[in-house]
Unconditional design. Structure first.
Length: 506
């Protein structure tokens, strides 16, 4: 089982003068010399450096207290999660899986070797507790590809102790700056090594990096949203594989946002190209949702059951619910990882990359956002309006349930269209996105009630066949009926408020 450590650190340029005196840093009682560690790390990447492009580092390191394989995943500026595996001759399967969305079918190769002499100091408080580890690293870098360039430099690294307050790093930095030390211009040792050991001909060919251009046309804005969702799918892949909280749901939402964008902005992106991609995104969302839907229903049933007085709970209903909830959970994670490793999924990622690189833009893509994007959002809102009015006018029962479900799906699509439009249209689009989120939540409450009642009927039938009391299932069913009826009563007023806000102008 891989071990994950949160790493909060800062790097600084250093000359040969070594480490400034840090005993004056507020809260530091002593600076303890921990000696010199000799570290030897080989970094792995694809030939075209896909991991480096995503700010991911994969290395095999010997020496020091944490020898082994390390995968570093960015969390925020100066914050990374380091996922560790024991030493082995080849890249561990778990770490290879965590970078699969970036690497895909390419081979992981040794690209850089870094050997560092690390002079370590511990900053401790009055109780002897570790505040931070400060090291002066003398680094020698050797490129293992493209002719083998070399480089060397010295840097200072300050890593916060586990559970420490990041504000302490500000205090250390203040002291370092006073001593003339400045933050490193490179995000990591690997980034610096790749830059300084690159073949001279590559350096000459490399054009200066231009700042990202602000979106201007309708196509610019739509593509910016598409790119953000593609990036979300890639960035969430490791979290989904590790079963991180809410990661599956967030990836599923990203697939829905992409599909909705393709449909809403069919005058901007050619649907003969995007529709097949949308079908693949629908497949991925379905695979991600196999267990997610059951999790949502389980949470709902657990909550409503907990709200019941003990006098209304009859029979082993909690045991029955636990059995139902765990019925498919056993192999679900391995199944999902199989989906993410599948050729079909990797091909989808390649297709999304190609779409972003060479988008199938139509004539309207060159139009102004105020005209093209606003028109698309109004069209989506019109569809929501028709469905909501139909649902309000339908008699209670299955037809109304279906109409409300369809209205909810269109409200989601309109919300995502408004999100994509917000950078271009500002306040009106933002207000519409907020309104559609509120409407979606209300209609989602109704749909959850519909699905819970279906589940309760199934559980009740199983309990009855086993000779158990079905009384409590009936009580819960009745409460869910009341909950749904409450949503139906609230809908006309909520919808009237949305229309009155006038977020979408004609």
């Amino acid at each position: 089982m891989a071990d994950t450590q949160r790493e909060i650190e800062r790097k600084y340029e250093s000359d040969e003068s070594g480490l400034p005196d840090l005993t004056g840093v507020a809260g530091v009682e002593a600076v303890i010399d921990k000696g010199v560690a000799h570290l030897d790390a080989v970094y792995y990447d694809t030939a075209d450096e896909r991991l480096a492009a995503a700010s991911l580092t994969l290395r095999r390191r010997t020496g020091g207290s944490d020898a082994g394989w390390h995968l570093k995943v960015p969390v925020a500026p100066g914050v990374r999660d380091e996922i560790r595996e024991p030493l082995s001759d080849t890249v561990p399967h778990t770490l290879a899986g965590l970078v699969r969305a970036r690497v895909r079918e390419a081979e992981l190769l040794p690209v850089v070797r870094l050997r560092s002499d690390r002079d370590i100091r511990h900053l401790v408080d009055a109780d002897g507790a570790l505040l931070a580890e400060v090291s002066v690293d003398a680094v020698r870098a050797e490129r293992l590809t493209d002719g083998g360039g070399t480089a060397q430099w010295t840097e200072i690294e300050v890593e916060l102790a586990d559970g420490g307050d990041p504000v302490f790093l500000d205090k250390v930095e203040k002291r370092l700056r006073k001593a003339g030390v400045r933050p490193s211009s490179s995000a990591s040792k690997l980034a610096r090594a790749l830059a300084e050991t690159a073949p001279k001909k590559s350096k000459k060919r490399r054009a200066p990096v231009s700042p990202p251009q602000e979106p201007q046309s309708a196509g610019d804005h739509v593509l910016a949203y598409v790119r953000a969702q593609r990036d979300a799918i890639l960035e969430l892949d490791p979290a989904v594989r590790q079963d991180a909280y809410d990661s599956v749901h967030r990836m599923r939402v990203a697939t829905r946002r992409l599909r909705s964008t393709f449909r809403s902005y069919g005058k901007v992106l050619d649907r003969t190209v995007t529709d097949p991609i949308g079908e693949e995104l629908k497949w991925l969302a379905s695979e991600l949702g196999v267990d997610r839907d059951r999790e949502v229903l389980t949470e709902r049933l657990t909550t409503v059951l907990a709200e019941l007085p003990g006098t209304l709970v009859s029979g082993p209903i909690r045991t029955r619910l636990d059995t139902w909830a765990g019925a498919r959970r056993g192999g679900s994670r391995s199944r999902l990882i199989g989906v993410l490793d599948s050729g079909r999924h990797l091909a989808l990622l390649d297709t999304l990359d190609a779409l972003v690189a060479e988008p199938p833009l139509l004539k309207d893509a060159a139009g102004t956002p105020e005209k093209v994007i606003a028109k698309a959002v109004r069209k989506d809102f019109g569809k929501v309006s028709a469905l909501v009015e139909e649902a309000i006018g339908a008699p209670p029962g299955a037809d109304r349930d279906l109409a409300l479900h369809e209205a909810r799906k269109k409200a989601k699509r309109t919300r995502y269209a408004a999100e994509a439009a917000t950078p271009a249209l500002g306040g009106p689009a933002r207000a519409l996105a907020k309104s559609m989120k509120s409407l979606t939540s209300l209609l989602g409450e109704h749909q959850d009630s519909v699905m819970v009642r279906v589940t309760l009927r199934e559980l009740s039938a199983v309990a009855h066949a086993a000779g158990e009391s079905s009384f409590t299932y009936g009580v819960l069913y009745g409460r869910e009926e009341q909950r749904a009826a409450g949503v139906e009563r609230a809908l006309p007023g909520a919808w009237a408020e949305i229309v009155a806000e006038g977020a979408v102008q004609g």
